[in-house]
Design a protein around this ligand. Structure first.
Ligand code: HEC
Length: 129
């Protein structure tokens, strides 16, 4: 039984290596907040047009003080979207177009936002540091 501590130590080392790798992956994904081709100015207008502010508090958007969904303050600093996927431009666009594809049963409705307008909205949300 003299080998047991060694085996246990090896298993522990392997486990923490995996843990560190997983953590690095999440951090790398969470920092890709760039939304290529997105226009934050048009995104702000689209947020008003789609009425996102009736459910969300969104800094810089007049009348956006809804309390149904979570406030989107400092959204660029969030690590996750709805606690489900890393907060990247691509996942954010997907969330805005079809939230149910990320979290089935979510209370956020599918508002029929086109990919292009979702890209602009995502660009605006990523300016909220
Ligand atoms: C009818 C209310 C409602 C409307 C309208 C709405 N949302 Fe949401 N939204 C929610 C709810 C509720 C959640 C929380 C979902 C969850 O965690 O499952 C949410 C979550 C989110 C999140 C993730 C927040 C987080 O803390 O991770 C983003 C981003 C978001 N909404 C953006 C938008 C945008 C952009 C629009 C307009 C195109 C919009 N929402 C319109 C209700 C709404």
């Amino acid at each position: 039984m003299r080998t047991f501590p060694l085996v246990a130590a090896a298993a522990l080392a392997a486990g923490s290596a995996i843990g560190i790798a997983a953590c690095r992956t999440t951090q790398a994904a969470a920092t890709s907040h760039v939304v290529p081709g997105g226009d934050a100015g048009r995104g702000k207008e689209a947020i008003v047009a789609y009425g996102c502010g009736s459910c969300h508090n969104i800094p810089g958007v007049s009348g956006a003080h809804g309390m149904v969904g979570p406030p989107l303050d400092h959204f660029a600093q969030r690590s996750f979207i709805a606690g489900e996927v890393p907060n990247t431009g691509d996942f954010l666009i997907r969330w805005i177009t079809v939230p149910q594809s990320i979290e089935p049963g979510t209370a956020m409705p599918n508002l029929g936002v086109s990919d292009g307008r979702a890209r602009d909205i995502a660009a605006y949300l990523m300016t909220l540091h």
